[in-house]
Design a protein around this ligand. Structure first.
Ligand code: ADP
Ligand code: MG
Length: 338
């Protein structure tokens, strides 16, 4: 039987990066094609996420910031089925509002006017009219101002910003069809175009040198001579795609080796090891390649262990997944004479 560890609400908001993660998730769930994130002092003083999604009708603003409020019925079941959705059902805005000054301002496309609601340390204010563009803007100021113990737990602003950057980068690369931007203290860190092209997203996020060192990975169970496993009708791996770097374009930490299962950013030692194995002895000691690798598997074959900062998964068909990923990356490198 699969085990899904759900998180206590209090653990949802651990630091600015966890706030950013929740707000971006909401924007993507709202079908946004643009998500603009800006933070002050690493997010400790302010976080703002603006999107052009479906918006929140005025008469639903209060519910959106209430406990256990979710408009996303079925998510719990989705979570049990695999990595289709993340945890924290209907808790994020409520929890953030309890430990900050939160403003949610929204105008659904076509609505005549916008409206906003503020929550100050858990005190919910009245819904007021607000001038705003179509879509939703969520502002989180003075995170943990009323919970000094948690505030003390935060690191230097540069460290907090690094974590924010990692989160926003992860979503930008996973969603190349969405224009994602990040700004820190008024200065732009990166902005993807949202044109659907993964390489162009990598260029925006990691720069030209890295983008030019990436090779395409494209593997499918049929069509390239690879074994498809005992049950070809429902192969244990449906596809492996993305980009990996030349073996000499590396970093000393593995955070640039990003893996996604069924569209979700995950950490999985099986995937990481399979990628590293594909490079054989070509990597210098303690060096990690860049990778943006999407692995598609039947949702029922993934065990999810939700954690505030990461999403760890295990695979029922781990040997097949390893083999497919290693083979896919190896083939991509070989194709480029690497
Ligand atoms: P959940 O995402 O689990 O439903 P949240 O507390 O994150 O819970 O959000 C509560 C509700 O507020 C969502 O179900 C959604 O209806 C609404 N909401 C939050 N953010 C947005 C957004 N950016 N665009 C549209 N609706 C939103
Ligand atoms: Mg949410």
């Amino acid at each position: 039987e699969r085990t899904v560890q759900r998180i206590a609400a209090g653990e949802v908001v651990e630091r600015p990066a966890s706030v950013v993660k929740e707000l971006i998730e909401n924007s993507l769930d709202a079908g946004a094609s643009r998500v603009a994130v800006s933070v002050e002092a690493g997010g400790t003083e302010g976080v703002r996420v603006r999107d052009d999604g479906v918006g929140i009708p005025e008469d639903q603003l209060e519910a959106a910031v209430a406990e256990h409020a979710t408009s996303k019925i079925g998510d719990i079941e989705d979570l049990d089925r695999g990595v289709g959705t993340l945890g924290f059902r209907g808790e994020a805005l409520y929890t953030v509002g309890a430990v900050s000054r939160l403003t949610v301002r929204s105008r659904p496309p076509g609505a005549a006017a916008g409206a906003e609601i503020t929550v100050d340390g858990g005190d919910v204010g009245d819904v007021r009219p607000a001038g705003c563009p179509e879509g939703t803007t969520v502002e989180v100021d003075d995170l943990f101002y009323n919970t000094p113990a948690r505030k003390k737990f935060l690191k230097r602003t540069a460290t907090e910003f690094d974590r924010v950057n990692t989160v926003v980068t992860g979503y930008a690369l996973a969603n190349p069809d969405v224009a994602v931007s990040l700004e820190h203290d008024g200065r732009e860190t990166f902005a993807t175009e949202g044109n659907g092209d993964l390489r162009s997203a990598v260029l925006a996020v990691y720069g030209r040198e890295v983008a030019e060192a990436m090779v395409d990975v494209a593997w499918a169970p049929d069509g390239d001579g690879d074994p498809t496993g005992p049950d070809a009708a429902d192969p244990p791996v449906r596809g492996v795609s993305g980009l990996v770097s030349h073996p000499e374009t590396t970093r000393s930490t593995r955070e640039y080796l990003a893996t996604y299962v069924n569209g979700r950013y995950v950490t999985a030692s099986a995937l990481r090891e399979a990628v590293l194995d594909a490079y054989g002895g070509q990597l210098a000691p303690d060096r990690y390649p860049f990778a943006v690798l999407f692995v598609e598997v039947p949702p029922g074959d993934v065990d999810v262990n939700v954690h505030p900062r990461k999403l760890e998964v295990r695979f029922d068909e781990e040997p097949a997944v390893r083999e497919a990923v290693e083979g896919a990356v190896e083939e991509a490198l070989l194709d480029h004479g690497l």
